[in-house]
Design a protein around this ligand. Structure first.
Ligand SMILES: [Zn+2]
Length: 279
């Protein structure tokens, strides 16, 4: 079904679609999965990194093996079920060294990280996995000729991290920002964190920065592509969050721009609510 994919995107098999989004960076999409996940394989000269692994409906390691002969480390933006589904299938697994994840590690095995996984929403079960490396926030992942910095980017999820490649001018933003519905309504979502992080990211990126998210949205012809974001999208998110905070309104859905909207729930507002009785 070639008409399901945008120009430049090709099928790997009947499930995964791939496109090179930058030199050495391949987006691996799952346009048949209803969440329309896009995962990113980043290659250096010595190693490769699989950033997010999809829901695990199908084995992504076969795609990875076909795309690179390099040793691969798998690393996820956060522990939601639609990102960690294939993590247990990788020999080398790295996890962000955050206390809320460390709390679920015993004897080198990472067990279901409580409410971070959310697999119950779609009947997915956690597969305990051995973790080879715990990478702290700010850690620079050296792949040989390419270094990716780990940024802590909560808002959607408290354990969420993004990857910043300054040389390639590339930001892999995962579930912090993508196309379609931004999930600020899930457990762990926090709009104050969302706002703080967008300010941080805007200080980092330029108008020509390549920004990619983890969920796509078909174009008007129903064709799928890796979700490309722009600095303007971050600016629109900043404006949306600032206005929301100022207004005191608590809508369940708010438009960010014509490409995305934000879903919320009462708990997500908790951290920026000022005590109204204070003088
Ligand atoms: Zn998520």
């Amino acid at each position: 079904m070639p008409d399901m994919l945008a120009p430049g995107v090709r099928w790997f098999d009947d499930w995964f679609a791939i496109r090179e989004v930058a030199p050495g960076v391949t987006a691996i999409g799952e346009p048949r999965f209803h969440q329309l996940n896009w995962n990113y394989l980043v290659a250096g000269t010595e190693r490769a990194l699989m950033f997010d692994t999809g829901p695990g409906v199908r084995d992504i390691t076969e795609v990875v093996r076909a795309l690179t002969p390099l040793p691969v480390t798998a690393f996820c933006s956060h522990m939601h079920f639609d990102h960690v589904g294939n993590l247990h299938r990788f020999d080398d697994v790295a996890v962000a060294d955050l206390p809320l994840l460390r709390a679920h590690e015993r004897n080198g095995i990472l067990f279901e990280p409580g409410e971070r996984f959310l697999g119950h929403l779609e009947g997915m079960t956690w597969k305990p996995m051995r973790v080879q490396q715990w990478w702290p926030i700010g850690h620079k992942i050296d792949l040989g000729g390419r270094v990716l910095e780990i940024l802590h980017t909560p808002g959607h999820a408290p354990d969420h991290v993004a990857l910043w490649d300054p040389l390639a001018n590339l930001l892999l933003a995962a579930d912090y920002i993508y196309l379609g519905a931004l999930y600020g309504q899930v457990r762990g979502a926090d709009l104050a964190a969302y706002l703080r992080v967008v300010e941080e990211l805007l200080a980092l990126v330029g108008d020509d920065t390549l920004i990619f998210g983890a969920h796509g949205k078909p174009d008007d012809d129903g064709r799928h592509d890796a979700p490309r974001l722009y600095k303007q999208d971050l600016k629109d998110l900043l404006t949306t969050l600032e206005n929301l905070k100022k207004s005191g309104d608590r809508p369940e859905r708010i438009e960010v721009n014509e490409r995305m909207y934000l879903l919320t729930a009462p708990h997500a507002f908790a951290s920026w609510q000022q005590p109204s009785e204070s003088i």
